[in-house]
Design a protein around this ligand. Structure first.
Ligand code: ASP
Length: 718
């Protein structure tokens, strides 16, 4: 009875009373303030980041939006299977199905270019808040405020890159309207695939197990960074040589145990913990639902088209995977918001804050209308959401329309001085923009494109009159019947040449007049849509300018009220988070322990479900108890995945999980379903992240793949 009571109380605490104040993604600028030894680590913050020497951060890379770490002096990187998936798909054919079978280069010559992936290593940072904010004034119009900040950030970036040849600079907003950091990165452009396990290991459990614990996914892969023979960063070339990092992580094949202290350095993408209840309600009521339903539908269309045709399925593989990942994540978020009454809780906090403001005349003057003005901005967003969400997703849904739009925009932007261009068309970014268009084009499948385009045209036509998109009415010449839509689509696809990679390559250099001469229905549609997208951009710049000012005030008054400093939301810059290997209670009377084993793989495999079918060899190794040095005495098995209470987000995929001494013992790849809500509100009670245990990775390399050379390179001896 007593036990039951405790469980009920725990459950009530977990799911009703969470706080918004727990944060653990420390930026570089905060690390020196931490006493890591007190947190259970045997290293100091200086070992992690040393501005005058080498630190662990020198081994941490941002790889195509994920994180990875150097694990050899020859530029070998470990990251997730799902982070290399797109690159593997780009070299996959029906004959060489690397997605299904995995990729294994027996020597350096066999390593293949990982298209679409680049690497960043953080070198240096500097607070540039004063410089950035020097261009704004209180009386400025909101749109001018946004534009001025954007321009200043670009100027700082260009100036820094000019003075640091070969490096990449980025100004990152830490607190909107308050603090901005300049980061300088080493930027490597030649990345290659080294070893990627078969899909049945790297994606074991499929979408069924994604965002789920207990987990048995071997979500790891190996890449290598290359540079020019003189050591400078260079585009892919056969003459390039492996990059020698300043630091690489030592692998500890003995792993960790429950309750051991661990930490992660990585590049979490975006969190929104400092946003208000207005934002949370908008997300919950409108955006998350819209995207979740849209993606679920798009996935079902693509799965259907590819179900009996592997060639078609290969084209859709990476797109389905990334949509499915977001779709399930958003379902988790929606569930979490409801479970935790997140928006309501935030609203109550804001009411308290408002009372605090109103208790002092000076505060009223400074902050009295901050919350109500934020509310007004979100009211406006709600009123226009149907149209804006449609526009946000329209272009990407059709590859040909997206290609046409990018070409059309490029033809205008590329004639402007570099600094005035949209960021993706600036000299420093244009190669990647083209590359991404070409990679998407490679996966073009006409039938899918037609179905998606039709859906969006129908949706556009059903918008209320005041939100109508004139370009759509124009291309259909005022005829909104389904017949007219079908005729437009039929004609557009029949005559378009934009599926031809060579033609698209050439079209990148064209002026808008010449593009129009191509007489392509998608180009003329893009031209008609262009003013609508420009208008939307300006509307958003105006809103951002206003929120930029309001959020800055909000942080000021919140600090005064709560008497504490805050950690900025994640923004793809390097962060530290620490904690312990630890289970949790996801629901009443349930407790999950934090380490899974190969036995779990075998059990799942025995269920006979498709997502759980592993290579026969794994089953054989298990029945022979051929665990090598990777078995733990306690579990009498090889550990597969680890659960821990660190604060992670998307972008932390591939981050090294390190033990108290900074040795690599796992690779972070996911969170539990309950923890998808982390991005809005983190809590030690329910936030858990997941890594693949290094012992499982090494076991696969040694016993399954026979990758002796890789093990040697990582200094792992049998
Ligand atoms: N699996 C995750 C992702 O897709 C990692 C995370 O968000 O925790 O980004």
């Amino acid at each position: 009875m007593f036990k039951q009571l405790i469980t009920i109380i725990l459950f009530v605490i977990i799911f009703t009373n969470i706080s918004f104040t727990d944060e653990g993604m420390y930026p570089l600028s905060e690390i020196h303030k931490l006493n890591l030894r007190e947190k259970g680590l045997k290293i100091s913050s200086k070992d992690i980041y040393n501005s005058n020497g080498v630190g662990i951060i020198d081994a941490i890379v941002n790889v195509g939006g994920c994180t990875g770490s150097f694990i050899s002096s020859e530029g070998l990187i470990i990251t997730n299977h799902h982070c290399a998936f797109g690159a593997v798909q780009s070299i996959t054919t029906k004959e060489n199905d690397y997605v299904t079978d995995g990729f294994f280069s027996k020597n350096r010559d066999e390593e293949r270019q990982a298209k679409g992936l680049t690497i960043r290593i953080t070198e240096y940072y500097r607070d540039v808040s004063k410089e950035v904010l020097s261009v704004v004034s209180d009386t400025m119009e909101f749109i001018s405020r946004s534009k001025a900040i954007e321009k200043k950030m670009k100027e700082i970036v260009l100036e820094t890159e000019k003075n640091n040849s070969g490096k990449r600079a980025e100004v990152s907003e830490m607190f909107p309207g308050k603090s901005y950091m300049l980061f300088i990165y080493t930027f490597l452009k030649d990345v290659r695939l080294v070893y990627v396990p078969p899909r049945s290991i790297g994606e074991f459990g499929g979408e069924e197990d994604n965002w789920v614990w207990p987990r048995h996914t071997g979500d790891f892969s190996f890449l290598r960074a290359y540079v020019a023979p003189d050591g400078s960063p260079a585009e892919y070339s056969v003459n390039n040589i492996p990059y020698h990092p300043r630091k690489f992580l030592k692998i500890n094949p003995n792993g960790v145990e429950e309750n051991d202290a661990v930490f992660i350095l990585g590049y979490p993408g975006r969190t929104f913990r400092h946003r208000t209840s207005h934002y949370l309600s908008y997300e919950e009521d409108i955006r998350l639902r819209y995207i979740q339903e849209l993606y679920a539908w798009e996935i079902s269309v693509m799965e259907n088209l590819g179900k009996d045709n592997r060639e078609v399925a290969i084209k859709h593989d990476a797109r389905i995977k990334s949509l499915a990942n977001v779709e399930k994540n958003f379902r988790g978020k929606l569930q979490g918001m409801k479970r935790l009454h997140l928006a309501d809780k935030k609203k109550k906090e804001e009411e308290e804050l408002q009372r605090f403001i109103e208790s002092d005349a000076k505060r009223v003057q400074l902050y009295g209308t901050v919350l109500s003005k934020i509310d007004d901005v979100y009211k406006e967003m709600r009123a226009n959401a149907q149209k804006e969400l449609l526009l946000d997703n329209f272009r990407q849904s059709s590859t040909l329309l997206n290609t046409a739009y990018t070409l059309y925009e490029a033809s205008i932007e590329m004639r402007k001085p570099d600094i005035e261009r949209e960021s993706q068309f600036m000299e420093r970014n244009i190669i990647r923009t083209k590359e991404s268009v070409m990679l998407t084009l490679k996966n073009y499948f006409e039938e899918t494109d037609k179905i998606f385009l039709k859906k969006f045209l129908l949706d556009a036509l059903s918008l209320p009159f005041h939100l109508r998109i004139s370009a759509v009415d124009e291309v259909l010449q005022g005829d909104s019947s389904e017949k007219a839509i079908d005729a437009f689509i039929q004609n557009a696809f029949q005559h378009s040449q934009l599926h031809d990679e060579k033609i698209v390559q050439e079209a990148f250099a064209k002026y808008s007049d010449d593009l129009e001469k191509m007489n392509d229905a998608f180009i003329s549609f893009a031209k008609k849509l262009y003013p609508t997208y420009r208008e939307l951009k300006e509307v958003r710049q105006r809103r951002d300018g206003e929120l930029n000012k309001l959020f800055a005030l909000l942080v000021d008054v919140k600090k005064e009220f709560q008497k504490k400093e805050f950690i900025p939301d994640a923004n793809s810059t390097l962060r530290l988070t620490f904690g312990t290997i630890k289970g949790y209670s996801p629901a009443d009377a349930l407790y999950t322990s934090p380490i899974t084993t190969v036995n779990g793989i075998v059990q799942k495999n025995n269920s006979g479900r498709e997502n759980y079918s592993v290579p026969e060899k794994i089953l054989d190794l298990y029945s022979a108890k051929d665990f090598g040095r990777y078995k733990t005495q306690k579990l009498n098995d090889v550990p597969v995945a680890l659960l821990y209470n660190l604060d992670t987000s998307g972008g932390n995929s591939g981050s090294p999980l390190m033990n108290e001494r900074g040795e690599l013992i796992g690779v972070n790849f996911d969170r539990t379903f309950d923890a998808t809500i982390n991005d809005y509100a983190w809590s030690e009670l329910y936030s858990r992240s997941i890594a693949v245990d290094i012992r499982y990775v090494l076991w696969i390399l040694e016993k399954f793949a026979g990758a002796e050379d890789l093990l040697k390179e990582m200094n792992v001896t049998k």
